[in-house]
Every structure is written in structure tokens, then in C-alpha cells.
Design a protein around this ligand. Structure first.
Ligand SMILES: CC(=O)N[C@H]1[C@@H](OP(=O)(O)OP(=O)(O)OC[C@H]2O[C@@H](n3ccc(=O)[nH]c3=O)[C@H](O)[C@@H]2O)O[C@H](CO)[C@@H](O)[C@@H]1O[C@H](C)C(=O)N[C@@H](C)C(=O)N[C@H](CCC(=O)O)C(=O)O
Ligand SMILES: Nc1ncnc2c1ncn2[C@@H]1O[C@H](COP(=O)(O)OP(=O)(O)OP(=O)(O)O)[C@@H](O)[C@H]1O
Length: 505
């Protein structure tokens, strides 16, 4: 990477302040923001809440010959000073990796809920349309090519800019043409996607979440960060049913012509796509779409079968239909992809012989718990709903009140247990939820050991019961006192319980 090219790019974005480089006619052999990955003749980027000058010294010891920072650390190598190092890192990464986004059709999903689900649905549709040409960056998994080593677990919902553009480069080099990715609000808060224009940006929904220390200072900031996806997308797709729709639509209109803004919603005749749910079972559903005011989308007006249950998943599926169609998928690809997708830990179900249907679902805040329980309650009013859940420690304290509210509205029985307690006492968290439960409506028990809570819930369930194991999806750990403590995972525990029940054999 040429220093003069980087400086020109930083100047273009009004980020460059000054440099102590004797000449900008130099080449950096590498770029790193982690001292442990710095190498000979490299440029090291100093950023982060926990940054220490010791990291810069280690990077120099590992071969860094220049650093990029917001302040002069007065070390032995020259500095490029900028007024915003996170934005500078994103631009430097794009330059270093040769702007890989220019060779990809990039689809980005934001929303409080449904990002992972919609990302999987879209990836499956597009993989049917363009086999081995689709990259995916989800909270669960990343796929950057066809080989087994091109699939790996995610560390964050949206990776740090350097890692993001690195993986995009690898995906392009592996022949990928499309990228489907999740865009967390944190990605805009910390400029992980600064300078990236999405071909399609989708805004699924918003409800208060991720507000607190290390996250957003308030809801307005959370919404503002999420809306940046609309401002940075060539085509915008927005759920017309969501709260704050008008503000999000207005944000989209700032940089996108109205004919490139698409909306969808349930029985919304004015939306581009109006959804009519035709059948919903415990394990899947079918819906129809009608098209309004967009002749080029008329082919989408047909029926679709979705292999994941829940009306909210019909909504996610419609977003996936629109985004995939804009990327070039045919209706047959849309129908195939939606009918053949499972998402790890999202509405996975186990049908038992005598203990009802068990759902393993990642719902871990009011928005998702409310969507999940209200769907089950509305569709299957005669079924008894049992929920097994806890609430995370060290963050999202308001989730506890939200869970109690959703349980009061829709559940019959709740087993309150452990879910990533962090440095807090899981029993105290459970009691906090319990204190806000209306015990005339919901019968509760506090069972700290999650395995035991699942055991009690399934064993006591009868034929028509719906047992929801909420919050952990397929997580195979409990976050306790800063350590990821191994945990078998909800599906494994549930299968073990069922295998041990005499009447299930
Ligand atoms: C608050 C927050 O978001 N922090 C993220 C941010 O950290 P940071 O830039 O402040 O860096 P830091 O961790 O303080 O470390 C300081 C710097 O020293 C460097 N370092 C560190 C050690 C060393 O030996 N040498 C060295 O050079 C590090 O590489 C880093 O650049 O950037 C890091 C990557 O560069 C992330 O790992 C880190 O995410 C933390 C772990 C995190 O948990 N973030 C959560 C809140 C998050 O981002 N969540 C969203 C999901 C939200 C949703 O569900 O929608 C996500 O996208 O995952
Ligand atoms: N469109 C939706 N509206 C409301 N709830 C939803 C929606 N889609 C999914 N959910 C619920 O939210 C849970 C999490 O879904 P998913 O993992 O797809 O969302 P996400 O946005 O990636 O979440 P997170 O940011 O917490 O990782 C699901 O298990 C389901 O209970």
C-alpha cells in the first residue's frame, strides 16, 4: 500500500491532519490494528477503548515502520495523524485489500431482530441461483468460499473493518459474486463499515436494545446508527409494519430515489409487497405476495412456502425475496430457498410423541420474545405455552422487565433459569423477572441449573403443549464470570431429556 495513496484517500474524506514521514513515496508491506499481527515494514493502526502505547511498542518490535493514530505517541517511528482513526482504518483496509466491494453485490441487513434469519434465507436463495458464488457474514457463521476452511464461526455480528474487507478480498479471490451480511448498529457506531456502499440495504425492525455501557447511549443514537444503512445503500428495503417507519423512510429518501426504495408488510396495500399469510403450522408456513406500483416486480406476486415457522419469519422471508430478486434471483430460486432453509437455533423444533412440540429459539429480548410467544398464542390458542428462560447478566437489564411482560401476555408456565449470567447471580436475575410476573396468569419456578429447568419443562409437558427453550439457540456455552463455560446446548439437552423418557421410546 502506497503512503501517498493512503494520504490522498484520507484527505478526500477530510481525515488527514499531518505526518512525520520524511517522504510519502513509501510502500507499506502490511497493515495491522493488532500488535500481535504486525509485521515487517508495516503500518500499525492505534485504536480502541483499551488501547495502550505498549501495543504500539510491540508492533514496532514486530516490524511496524509507521503508525496511524489520532495522537503522537512520540515513539521511534513516524506517524500519520488523523482526526478519526476508526474511519481511517476502514479506508486504509479498503485500499490495502484493493476495494473488494467493487467486485461483489453487497446485501446488508439491519434490524433489532431477524438479521441472522434473513441473512440465511437470502444466502440459501442466492446459492440456488448462483451456486458457489455467495459469501455470507452472519452472527453465527462466515462463508467466504467453497472449501471447508472457508467456513468459520463469527466473533462479532459485523467484523472490524480490517477483517471485513480482508474477508471480502478472500471471497472475491474465491470467485464469489454476492455477499449477504448482517450490519449491527455497532458497525456504524464504531465505523466498521465506513465508506462502504451497499447494493441493497434492508431495515427489518427496531425496538429498544443495545443501550448501555459500551453500546449506544440512548435509543435515538441506536436508531440513528441503524438508519445509516439506508443512507449508504443504492436500493433500500423497509418493513412498513415497523415502529419509526416514517423516520427510516425519510432517511432512505436522503440518498435514494423513491423508485429504488421498496417496502413490505402484512396486508399493507400501499407497500411494494403486501403479505397475506395463508397457512401457519407448528413447523412451517405459507404466504402470498401482491405487488403494488412496481411493474418490474410483478413476477413476485405468487405464493411461498417457508421452512421456518412464525409470522415474523414470513416478514423476514419477504425481505429476503425482495433483496434476492434485486440481486438477480428468479422466482423459482426464491421459492426453493425459502422452502429449504434451517437456521441454527432459530425456531428449531422437536416433535415428541407425548410431550408436545419443543422450540429452540434465540429470542433474548422483549421484541423477539413477544413476537415468538404472540405468534404461538394467536395461532394455537388451545395449546398450553411453557417457557424456559433466563436473562443475561452485565447487560440489557431492561430485558428482564420485557420478558416478564411477554410471559404475562402469552405464557402459562415459566421455568426461570440461567442465561449467560456474567458477573451477576443467576438466581437474583430470575427473581427480578419473577417479581414482575402476574402469578394469577403464569405459574413460575426458579431452577438455576438450565439442564434441570429443561428437564422439568419437557417432563411435565403433555400432548398439546408448546415448550419454548428461549435465549441461547445452539450456544454451547454459558458466559459466567468472564469465561465461556461449556454447556451442552439447548437442543442437545432437550434430545437427551426426550431419550430418557420411557413414554418416548
Ligand atoms: C465495545 C466494542 O464494540 N468493542 C469492540 C472494538 O474494541 P476497541 O476498538 O475498543 O478495541 P479494544 O478491544 O478496546 O482493544 C484496543 C486495541 O488494542 C489492540 N491490541 C490489543 C491487545 C494486544 O496485545 N495488542 C493490540 O494491539 C486491539 O487490536 C484493539 O485494536 O473493536 C474490537 C475489534 O477491533 C471488538 O472486538 C470489540 O468488540 C467487543 C469484544 C464486543 O463485545 N463488542 C460488542 C458490543 C459488539 O460489537 N456487538 C455487536 C452486536 C450487536 C448486535 O447484536 O446487534 C457486533 O457487531 O458483534
Ligand atoms: N422479524 C422479526 N421480528 C421479531 N422477532 C424476530 C424476527 N425475526 C426473528 N425474530 C426473533 O428473534 C430471534 C433472533 O432472530 P435472529 O437471530 O434472526 O435476529 P438477529 O437480528 O440476528 O438477532 P441478534 O442481533 O440478537 O443476534 C429469533 O429467534 C426470533 O425469536
Amino acid at each position: 500500500m502506497r503512503a501517498n495513496q493512503l494520504i490522498a484517500l484520507l484527505q478526500e474524506h477530510n481525515l488527514f491532519l499531518s505526518t512525520t514521514l520524511p517522504s510519502d513515496d513509501v510502500d507499506f508491506a502490511s497493515l495491522a490494528y493488532d500488535s500481535r499481527k504486525a509485521s515487517a515494514n508495516g503500518l500499525f493502526v492505534c485504536k480502541g477503548f483499551n488501547f495502550s502505547v505498549d501495543y504500539l511498542q510491540s508492533a514496532i518490535a514486530n516490524g511496524a515502520t509507521c503508525y496511524l493514530a489520532e495522537k503522537d505517541y512520540h515513539v521511534d517511528v513516524p506517524v500519520i495523524l488523523v482526526n478519526d482513526v476508526r474511519k481511517a482504518l476502514s479506508l486504509a483496509a479498503q485500499l490495502y485489500f484493493g476495494f473488494p466491494q467493487n467486485d461483489l453485490f453487497v446485501i446488508g441487513y439491519t434490524g433489532t431482530k431477524g438479521k441472522t434469519t434473513s441473512t440465511y434465507l437470502t444466502t440459501n436463495i442466492l446459492s440456488h441461483a448462483f451456486p458457489q458464488r455467495v459469501a455470507m457474514f452472519s452472527t453465527i457463521n462466515h462463508i467466504i468460499g467453497p472449501k471447508p476452511e472457508d467456513q468459520f464461526k463469527a466473533h462479532l455480528t459485523t467484523a472490524e473493518s480490517f477483517d471485513l474487507f480482508h474477508e471480502m478480498r478472500q471471497a472475491v479471490d474465491n470467485g464469489d459474486k454476492v455477499l449477504v451480511m448482517e450490519v449491527a448498529s455497532q458497525a456504524y457506531l464504531l465505523d466498521r463499515v465506513y465508506g462502504l456502499t451497499f447494493d441493497v440495504g434492508i431495515f427489518l425492525n427496531i425496538s429498544p436494545d443495545h443501550i448501555g455501557v459500551n453500546e449506544h447511549p440512548n435509543f435515538a443514537n441506536y436508531l440513528f446508527c441503524k438508519m445509516q444503512l439506508m443512507i449508504n445503500s443504492r436500493n433500500c428495503i423497509i418493513d412498513a409494519d415497523m415502529d419509526h417507519f416514517d423516520e427510516v423512510y425519510a432517511a432512505a429518501k436522503v440518498s435514494t430515489a423513491p423508485e429504488r426504495i421498496f417496502t413490505y408488510g402484512f396486508n399493507q396495500p400501499d407497500a411494494t409487497l403486501s403479505i397475506t399469510s395463508s397457512t401457519a403450522t407448528l413447523t412451517d408456513s405459507e404466504f402470498g405476495l401482491t405487488v403494488h406500483g412496481a411493474d418490474q416486480l410483478q413476477a413476485l406476486a405468487t405464493t411461498y412456502h417457508v421452512s421456518v415457522p412464525g409470522d415474523f419469519n414470513q416478514s423476514n422471508a419477504t425481505a429476503a425475496v425482495l433483496a434476492s430478486h434485486l440481486a438477480g434471483a428468479a422466482v423459482s430460486d426464491l421459492q426453493y430457498g425459502l422452502a429449504h432453509t434451517t437456521i441454527p437455533g432459530r425456531m428449531e423444533s422437536i416433535t415428541t410423541k407425548h410431550h408436545g412440540t419443543i422450540y429452540i429459539d434465540y429470542a433474548h429480548d422483549w421484541g423477539s420474545m413477544n413476537a415468538l410467544l404472540s405468534f404461538l398464542h394467536t395461532q394455537f390458542p388451545d395449546h398450553h405455552i411453557t417457557a424456559v428462560l433466563g436473562s443475561t447478566g452485565d447487560k440489557g437489564e431492561d430485558r428482564r422487565e420485557g420478558f416478564a411482560k411477554a410471559l404475562n401476555d402469552y405464557a402459562d408456565t415459566a421455568f426461570l433459569t440461567t442465561d449467560d449470567p456474567g458477573h451477576e447471580d443467576p438466581i437474583a436475575i430470575a427473581k427480578e423477572i419473577d417479581s414482575q410476573i402476574d402469578h394469577d396468569k403464569v405459574k413460575t419456578s426458579i431452577i438455576p441449573q438450565r439442564e434441570d429447568a429443561i428437564q422439568h419443562a419437557i417432563t411435565s409437558a403433555t400432548n398439546d403443549d408448546l415448550v419454548v427453550l428461549a435465549g441461547k439457540g445452539e450456544d454451547a456455552y454459558q458466559k459466567i464470570n468472564g469465561v465461556d463455560t461449556p454447556y451442552a446446548s439447548d437442543p442437545v439437552v432437550a434430545e437427551d431429556v426426550i431419550a430418557g423418557l420411557a413414554d418416548e421410546q
